[in-house]
Structure formats: structure tokens, C-alpha cells
Design a protein around this ligand. Structure first.
Ligand SMILES: Cc1ncc(COP(=O)(O)O)c(C=O)c1O
Length: 509
């Protein structure tokens, strides 16, 4: 089942809610409840209101303009505004420019989008125009479950997103525009630190942080081997050596009780990762680091929004680095990241490194990179930041629902559910279970049409490019064979979640 645009006549009928429109309205509501989109084209707003008013006047209903506005407003509980763009108006040579504009708008939404109309001349154009009856004849299928559903989130913030993106088209400050400064202030505020530096990705955030701390050849960095490759990659990029500390098998995070014994003369930094959205044991990490006067970078690429004893991830160590990769708890529409610190001197250095080591225009104090975030990503992030707390609550509710529904299964089998340590509130970037024979389960999920992912199938030192790294981390290898992430995003409906749970019960039992 596809996206549908209601032509003005159908929108007017559906808005009025008379006996003749009841079936249409119920059908639109059912589609919307199942996650399908019903659109009303913005350019037709006045035409729709005109048609509703005409109908109300015919039926001698008083105050028809106000009633019409209310009727249209109530239709928006199961429909959304579809923007028109200037290209839609470039169809004046067409005998029906509105139909041509609608056609353009439908193509933008997606090739399979249909425009429901009663107008004979539009129907005679063929697809995408179709009768509402022909569409209502097709049964509404269950929607496909996604690991991460960015579409639902986009629907929620569409108006604000479009406004901000259009504003950039007009002011044209694509690099270091006003959105960047505003985002940096808001992010610093959110995390509760003085300084935030918006950068081009989570990987660049880590790289810039390492460069600012002067990490280089001969330096050893204590880190986790159970992470996305970027964590160790940046250590090698600056010429330093990762020393892997095995993980706590319950959480997948670096086991901080192993740190002290690993510290040597050459140790220069501790780099824990807050995996799946849950902070590593930052209290213990910071105690050890303070005892040995070592700086700490928290790789918080997956944990923006999480808290550790009521303090936010990214603000728990010397430098916090996060990623705004689109699927992250706070995600841009491309690559982006941010760095956080309380240290003003470090912040200044990192701002310079972000922009080719420049302290002022064409004056290059130090070696740097091109690591700037662009204004468009900042605009997207500003809009998404306004709903992150609600989204984090939704993620928590979804995790609670998984925990409740899977508890029985976990008590009867080898299935392990995510373990959240005391003092932590996870951002639930992933809901990751552990199960022996994981690969068979992944296959069964795929056959049942339910997505899953493995974060990560190998410890970093098992990757071909990192085989030279020294390691003694059996727990990480064991985890890599057992972990499996199941769908998790703020808009996962109870019905969809139930389908995932049922699939787990039938596959494991
Ligand atoms: C733990 C960790 N570190 C670093 C990164 C790198 O972030 P980016 O993809 O924004 O460069 C990621 C991204 O997935 C990650 O999960």
C-alpha cells in the first residue's frame, strides 16, 4: 500500500464527515493508524475550504467558514500537509496546471504515490490519478517493520525541518552558518558543559580530540575492542597504539576494573565507548584516570542523551565525542558529529584543528583537517533536538516493553536481555540481546521478514586491517558471536513490537 494524495474534492468530502464520507474517513484513519501517509497538497488549502463552505451553505449550516476550518483541521488528524515547491507552478502550459503541479508533487513523494480524485478530466490522465473507490478496494497490508524508522520522525517535524532548510537556501551560508553557532550552544546546554564543537562526523570528532591532546607515535591508548571500527581506526591514524581492555560481558562496555593493571609508562589516554546507548562505567574510569593523571575521551557516538548518575553522556570526561549519523538517537541527514569539553584551551585548539589548523583566516597555527559540520546538518539537528527528550522516553518505554515480554523466554532459555548498570539511563541506540547460535536466529528473522543487525560480528582485532594489534580479550570474541540487535526506534508501535517478540518466541523455543 502506497502514499496517497487527496485531491481537493476528496479532501473536502472526507473533511465534512457526512454519511457519504464515513467509509472514506474510516479508511483514511485505518491507513494512518497502520503508518501509511495520506497527504493534502498545501496549494489546495483554499480550494478545499471553498468546497466545504459551499457544501455547508447548501445545507444551510450557519457560520460555515468557521465550521469548514474546523472540519479541515479535524481531517489533519489522519492526513498531513504536502508542501508545494516552485517547480509545481512551472506547468502553466498545461490545460490543468493544478493537476500538473499535483503530479510533480506526487513524483517527489515516490513513484508509486497515487492521487485520489473524482474529477473525470484528471482521471482521464491515468496514473497517478485514480478513484478513491479503486484504492479502497485494495486490502491494507501490515506495514513492514524497520530497524530504525526515520520516516515517522520526519512526519512529526516536517514543517520545522522544511522551514529551516528553506531558510538556508535563502541565506546561503552553507558553511559555518548561523545554525552551527545555535546548535553548538543548544548542544552544550543539553549536555551541561561549556563548550561544544560541531564537526563533520563522529570519526572526525575522535580524530580531532586525539590530535588536540597531542597523541602520536609511541603513545598507548587503553580502549575497548568491542566497538565500531572508528574507535581504533583513529588511534592508528594518529600513529598511536590501541591496547585493548576486555569487556564486561553483561553490557559489552569496557570492564573498568581491568584498567589499573594495564597502565604503563607509555599509556597516554583512556578511550571507553558507551555502547548501544549505555554509558561505560565512567565513574570508575575517571577514578583510575585521575589517579594516573590521564585524560579520558568518551566515545559517546551511540549514547547522546544517556545519563550516568544523572549527568549526561558526552559531559563525563575530559572530552566527549558523539556521532549524528542518521540512525543514531540524535541523527542528522548525512554525516555529522560533535565534541564536548569543559576545557576552554582544548576547545580552542579543537576549533582550530576542525578548520585546517586556522586561528584566523589563512593563518594556520597547527596541522588540522577539514572537519566542519555543514549548516544543513545543523538545521536538521536543531529541529530534532527539540523532540529528543520525548524520543528518549519512548525508547525507554519500548525497551521496558521488550524486557517485560521477553522475561519468560529469557528465564527458560539461554537468551540474555540487555543489562543496564546502576546509575545508568540508556539512550537505547540499540536493543541488543545475547543468544548462542545467533546466526541461525538472524536467518530465521530474515525469513520471517523481521529485520535484525549484528553490532558487531567481530572484535576489532579480528578485522583484517587490525590483525597486528595485540589482544587478550576472550569475552569480546564471545560477545561478537552472541549479540543480535532487534528493531528499536521511538516510533515502533506496540503491534510491530509484538510481531518481533512472537518471532523470538517461535524461533528460540
Ligand atoms: C562507537 C562509535 N564510534 C565512532 C563512530 C563513528 O561515527 P561516524 O559514523 O559519525 O563517523 C560510530 C558510528 O557508528 C560508533 O558507533
Amino acid at each position: 500500500m502506497t502514499d496517497i494524495i487527496l485531491d481537493s474534492d476528496i479532501a473536502a468530502i472526507a473533511a465534512i464527515q457526512g454519511p457519504s464520507s464515513l467509509a472514506i474517513r474510516e479508511w483514511l484513519e485505518e491507513r494512518y493508524r497502520l503508518g501509511y501517509r495520506n497527504w493534502i497538497y498545501v496549494s489546495q488549502q483554499s480550494e478545499i475550504l471553498k468546497q466545504i463552505v459551499a457544501d455547508l451553505d447548501r445545507r444551510k449550516i450557519t457560520n460555515s467558514r468557521k465550521v469548514a476550518r474546523e472540519a479541515l483541521h479535524s481531517l489533519l488528524q489522519c492526513c498531513m500537509w504536502l508542501s508545494s515547491l516552485s517547480e509545481d507552478a512551472m506547468m502553466l502550459e498545461d490545460s490543468d496546471p493544478v493537476a500538473a503541479g499535483l503530479n510533480k508533487a506526487a513524483k517527489r513523494v515516490g513513484e508509486s504515490t497515487v492521487i485520489a480524485t473524482k474529477m473525470e478530466d484528471r482521471l482521464s490522465r491515468g496514473l497517478p490519478f485514480a478513484t478513491i473507490e479503486s484504492l479502497m478496494d485494495v486490502p491494507i497490508e501490515q506495514r513492514e517493520i524497520r530497524m530504525v524508522d526515520l520516516g515517522c520522525q520526519q512526519d512529526r517535524i516536517r514543517a520545522g525541518l522544511e522551514r529551516k532548510l528553506h531558510s538556508i537556501l535563502h541565506h546561503r551560508e552553507f558553511i559555518q552558518g548561523p545554525e552551527i553557532r545555535l546548535l553548538e550552544q543548544r548542544l552544550a546546554n543539553y549536555v551541561g558543559v561549556d563548550e561544544c564543537i560541531a564537526v563533520s562526523s563522529g570519526t572526525d570528532a575522535l580524530l580531532i580530540a586525539l590530535m588536540a591532546l597531542g597523541i602520536g607515535p609511541g603513545d598507548e591508548i587503553l580502549t575497548t575492542p568491542f566497538s565500531f571500527i572508528a574507535t581504533a581506526e583513529v588511534i592508528h591514524l594518529v600513529g598511536a597504539t590501541p591496547v585493548y581492555i576486555d569487556v564486561d560481558p553483561r553490557t559489552g562496555n569496557l570492564d573498568a576494573t581491568r584498567l589499573e593493571a594495564a597502565i604503563k609508562q607509555t599509556t597516554r589516554l583512556i578511550l571507553p565507548v558507551s555502547l548501544y546507548g549505555q554509558c561505560a562505567d565512567m565513574t570508575e574510569v575517571m577514578l583510575v584516570a585521575d589517579r594516573h593523571h590521564l585524560p579520558v575521551i568518551e566515545d559517546a557516538a551511540q549514547s547522546f542523551g544517556a545519563t550516568h548518575y544523572n549527568r549526561r553522556s558526552c559531559g563525563l570526561s575530559t572530552i566527549g565525542c558523539t556521532s549524528f549519523f542518521p540512525s543514531k538517537p540524535l541523527g542528522a541527514y548525512g554525516d555529522a558529529g560533535a565534541i564536548f569539553t569543559e576545557d576552554q584551551a582544548l576547545a580552542k585548539t579543537m576549533r582550530e584543528i576542525r578548520s585546517h589548523g586556522q586561528s584566523s583566516r589563512y593563518h594556520h597555527l597547527r596541522l588540522g583537517i577539514n572537519g566542519r559540520m555543514d549548516s544543513i546538518q545543523a538545521a536538521v539537528l536543531l529541529e530534532k533536538l527539540s523532540i529528543i527528550d520525548d524520543e528518549l522516553d519512548r525508547r525507554q518505554n519500548i525497551a521496558d516493553r521488550y524486557n517485560d515480554s521477553l522475561d519468560d523466554l529469557a528465564s527458560q532459555t539461554d537468551l540474555l536481555l540487555p543489562y543496564i548498570c546502576d546509575g545508568n539511563r540508556s539512550a537505547w541506540a540499540q536493543y541488543t540481546i545475547q543468544i548462542p547460535g545467533r546466526d541461525v536466529l538472524v536467518k530465521m528473522f530474515s525469513e520471517a521478514g523481521i529485520p535484525s543487525a549484528v553490532h558487531y560480528p567481530n572484535a576489532i582485532f579480528q578485522q583484517p586491517a587490525f590483525l597486528r594489534d595485540i589482544n587478550d580479550c576472550p569475552k569480546s570474541i564471545e560477545l561478537a558471536n552472541k549479540v543480535m540487535s532487534i528493531p528499536m526506534h521511538p516510533y515502533l508501535s506496540a503491534d510491530m513490537q509484538q510481531r518481533v517478540v512472537e518471532c523470538l518466541y517461535s524461533s528460540i523455543n
